[in-house]
Design a protein around this ligand. Structure first.
Ligand code: ZN
Length: 334
């Protein structure tokens, strides 16, 4: 039994050589009527789990009741209605003041399902449900949908703001602390490709010296930093896996690094663990949470209370860390 939170198949025990410039997009859902060619999604109980931006959160069972008159819309919203468009949108409707273009897929299922992720709103509905019935269902859940769409847009914005500048002096977070890229072709490197230099004075960031001339192309700088970071990620993850595995009474067998934009980890019952190198942007405790989460799956493969109980045995405060993982955006490497 495998709990696959990753879309990337493949099990080579080495870093995935995927260029950081091309975050993997899920396959486009098709709008065929028979539902046979749906995109592969993790089981619904995984969907709220270690997904960041793309968190495929199911809609609440009951829509919020709106019995009182709705509060007047803020003027800014009235003047500039919000607009959300899924890249594979094939339907559009007005929800409140917002124009929402969504991807509708006909599937063999008994009820209408909504998912809001970084792409926008996608809807899966049985073939026999009319389009107007689908629109009615969306209107009924419009509060939830608009709130989730707004959240997703905000996170995308945060990510765009946190774009790393690939130049001498550019910054990115490592273990939750700012790290400054210093191009230093003259440096005699003991480590491969780069060297961490402690802050020169109090308040100054740590520096990552990379063996490139200051005239190097941004793509070259990014690739050099990426290669360095992959080595750090592997060494750090192995150290943390070895630290927590005995505490949980499990044995992990191998580690694969992933590059998915927003999926943080997965575990298989054969003991293989997959962790996302982007986790190194987060502070240590958040990384440890993901390590503990995946190791705990070697005991309990689902997300049942027993699973969370296992996580809590070594990490009683895991809930706050889990929240940070969802709320904090990692910088864009594009
Ligand atoms: Zn999990």
């Amino acid at each position: 039994m495998a709990l696959e939170l990753f879309g990337i198949a493949g099990d080579a025990d080495k870093p995935v050589p995927e260029p950081a410039t091309a975050p993997r997009k899920p396959a486009a859902p098709s709008s065929t009527q028979d539902g046979r060619s749906r995109r592969l999604k993790p089981a619904s109980d995984d969907s709220q789990d270690l997904w960041g931006e793309r968190s495929a959160e199911p809609a609440p069972a009951t829509p919020p009741l709106t019995q009182t008159d709705p509060a007047p819309e803020p003027l800014s919203r009235v003047l500039q209605p919000a607009s959300f468009r899924h890249p594979n949108a094939n339907r559009e409707l007005l929800l409140g003041n917002a124009r929402v273009a969504y991807a509708l897929t006909r599937v063999r299922r008994r009820s209408i399902g909504f998912v809001v992720d970084a792409d926008g709103l996608s809807v899966r509905a049985p073939a026999w449900v009319t389009l107007s019935a689908i629109d009615d269902a969306l209107k009924e859940k419009s509060d939830w949908i608009l709130r989730k769409l707004g959240d997703a847009q905000l996170r995308q914005q945060k990510r765009a703001d946190a774009r790393i500048e690939w130049r001498n002096g550019g910054m990115f977070p490592l273990f939750g602390e700012p790290l400054k890229i210093v191009l230093d072709a003259e440096h005699r490197f003991k480590e491969r490709g780069g060297a961490l230099i402690d802050a020169l004075h109090a308040g100054a960031p740590r520096e990552l010296h990379i063996a490139l001339p200051t005239t190097a192309e941004p793509a070259k700088i990014r690739d050099a930093v990426h290669a360095w970071l992959l080595r750090q990620a592997r060494a750090h993850f192995i150290e943390r896996l070895n630290y927590f595995a005995p505490q949980l009474g499990v044995r992990w067998t191998r580690l694969r690094l992933s590059s998915a934009q927003t999926r943080w980890g997965s575990a298989r019952s054969d003991g293989s663990i997959c962790l996302n190198w982007r986790l190194l942007h987060f502070r240590h405790s958040v990384i440890d949470y993901v390590v503990v989460h995946e190791l705990s799956h070697l005991r309990v493969m689902d997300h049942s209370p027993r699973f969370w109980g296992t996580v809590a045995t070594v990490m009683p405060d895991y809930k706050a860390l889990r929240r940070s993982l969802k709320d904090e955006a990692t910088p864009s490497w594009e």
